[in-house]
Ligand binder design. Structure first.
Ligand SMILES: Nc1nc2c(ncn2[C@@H]2O[C@H](COP(=O)(O)OP(=O)(O)OP(=O)(O)O)[C@@H](O)[C@H]2O)c(=O)[nH]1
Length: 363
């Protein structure tokens, strides 16, 4: 994982962004549930250890805090759809929790404060570590919490924080803030690794069929009526013979070479998937059938002109592909499109292989 991928979600794919926000929303919901239960569940403990004046104030504050957190539970389902709502919800949670802590500290002014209330902001920083946030957001959140805690301490102490106490607080907030940032980055890394493992083909590193179909759903959803998109289904010709004559290692080399050729021709950001054993699928957004046919022909010629050298000896093998091409629009059904692409490919194979066939000419 590169540093820039830790730093900002600008460098994440759209699909991973959606996955990450989904995970953040689920963890956030659990966090809010735990806090609501914890805040109310602590009332008997306050009853045991606090005098009646403090207890009377704090049980009401606890219930109000729980009530203020409750709307976050239904909201967390909507947050999956919008990253900004997610961010706003996290800051709202932090604001409510720190306000609760502030009321508690304020009620103990001039008296010994129970250690639980003193440690509360650090506890909150620890809990927020479960959210897989990118570094930029994580640092902003840690700084916001630290500044709010310092400002409230300063206010409660009527501006009389001594240098020693101030340094002590800053040091503690810095340590816990850094721990939170570190844990959140670890969560992000784990999520990205898992996402890549579950969405990439291990041999060619292209996206797998599952991710491709999701991308196709998104492109279809976003496509405007007047801007079609196209699909290319590529299949290696007589690939079984290559395996049989040269061995599976050579077969693997051919698959990697063809994958790289497709990326070289279409660009590294092209939506290319290893769709099956020796099948590749390409999604061309904003591309009409005639444009897609031209691109498919370019790919076919590029593969044909590049013999693959065996990794074991210097033997070379010539590879050809057959391609089925289909155009889709907003109203197309994904499964129907995939079936049509398959039919077009079948027509190309029936025609003698090493050729490109559009869907409408398919038999
Ligand atoms: N080396 C290697 N072979 C694979 C892999 N996945 C599938 N295959 C092989 O791909 C071959 C596909 O063979 P067929 O479906 O008969 O197709 P074909 O020989 O390409 O014939 P046509 O498609 O009709 O031109 C099978 O022999 C599979 O074992 C892989 O990851 N590596």
């Amino acid at each position: 994982m590169e540093l820039k991928e830790y730093w900002s979600d600008r460098y994440h794919s759209r699909d991973f962004k959606l996955t990450r926000v989904g995970v953040v929303a689920i963890r956030f919901r659990w966090l809010v549930t735990l806090l609501i239960i914890g805040i109310a569940g602590w009332i008997p403990m306050d009853w045991l250890v606090l005098d009646s004046a403090h207890f009377n104030l704090l049980w009401k504050t606890r219930l109000i805090t729980g009530a203020m957190l409750t709307p976050l539970l239904p909201l967390s389902y909507l947050c999956k759809l919008n990253r900004r709502w997610m961010v706003a919800s996290i800051y709202y949670l932090v604001g409510v929790m720190l306000a609760f802590n502030w009321v508690a500290l304020w009620s103990f002014q001039g008296e010994a404060v129970p250690v639980g209330y003193l440690a509360f902001p650090y506890f909150l920083l620890g809990l927020l570590g479960v959210l897989p946030l990118q570094l930029q957001s994580s640092i902003k959140l840690a700084l916001t919490i630290s500044l709010l805690v310092l400002a409230s301490d300063y206010w409660l102490d009527h501006g009389s924080l001594t240098n020693g106490v101030l340094v002590d607080r800053v040091w503690l907030l810095l340590s816990f803030g850094l721990a939170m940032v570190w844990v959140q980055c670890g969560q992000l890394r784990m999520l990205l690794d898992l996402y890549r493992e579950s969405s990439r083909d291990p041999l060619t590193r292209l996206m797998n069929r599952r991710l491709f179909v999701r991308q196709l759903e998104q492109v279809r959803y976003q496509s405007k009526d007047e801007r079609p998109y196209s699909l290319l289904l590529l299949d290696l010709d007589r690939f079984k013979r290559i395996n049989d004559d040269f061995g599976h290692l050579m077969g693997d080399e051919v698959l990697v070479t063809v994958a790289n050729t497709i990326l070289d021709i279409l660009g590294q950001d092209a939506m290319v998937a290893r769709y099956g054993g020796e099948e590749f699928m390409v999604l061309l957004p904003d591309t009409s059938l005639s444009q897609a046919l031209r691109q498919a022909e370019t790919l076919r010629l590029a593969v044909e002109s590049q013999p693959v050298v065996s990794p074991l000896d210097d033997r070379e093998v010539n590879v050809t592909i057959s391609v089925g091409v289909v155009e889709g629009n907003k109203d197309s059904q994904v499964q129907a499109l995939l079936r049509q692409a398959d039919e077009a490919l079948y027509a190309a194979k029936s025609r003698g292989r090493n050729c490109v066939m559009p869907e409408r000419l398919a038999a």
